[in-house]
Design a protein around this ligand. Sequence first.
Ligand SMILES: C[S@@+](CC[C@H](N)C(=O)[O-])C[C@H]1O[C@@H](n2cnc3c(N)ncnc32)[C@H](O)[C@@H]1O
Length: 193
Amino acid sequence: MNEKSHFLKALLKNPLGVGAVTPSSKKLAELMVAGIEPGHDALLLELGVGTGALTSAISDILPDASCYLGIEIDEKLVGFVREKFPDLNILTADACTASDLHLKLALGNVRYILSGIPFVSLPKKVCENILCEVDAFMDKGSLFRTFQYIHGFYTPPAIRLRERMNRRYGPVETSPVVLNNLPPAITLTWKTL
Ligand SMILES: C[S@@+](CC[C@H](N)C(=O)[O-])C[C@H]1O[C@@H](n2cnc3c(N)ncnc32)[C@H](O)[C@@H]1O
């Protein structure tokens, strides 16, 4: 099965958990990693790896595999991405357990959190639990980046996410709209630099 078929299968199984109709485009993935420099004590944590659309761009900027940890809840997708990126540590797990997992694995400090989690379609409580995990990593000098589809930009869950994060980490930095993505999207970044 190819990437699109894997994605479609996951979408049909759990539409709100996948929350997208197709994997992110190369252009969106490039913007998601713009300005990011992972290192041994500056790990990159990817939440909601999916079929690895962002992971491809991430793997291009990793000094080596030990600077990365990926978390994806759908075990079939994890099987698929592990074949694509055999060196990378990609776990079948719930992003709500990210800080525990990171602790158990005794990895270096996480500096970058890149998220493909569909905060607009997941239940409010699940979103809040995942964002609490993000908070646990957002020490001084950290960055959290996600993307939102522009058609959902003014929906209550999208606004709630931005307001929550703005309150904690200051005004969001947004990218230009990536028209070359289905649907068009923008990236949202918060930093504690
Ligand atoms: C919109 S897709 C993004 C996939 C990929 N990052 C991309 O940009 O194409 C969202 C992904 O988040 C995963 N996901 C949803 N809830 C999750 C959770 N609680 N923990 C980990 N992964 C989750 C879904 O299974 C899906 O693969």
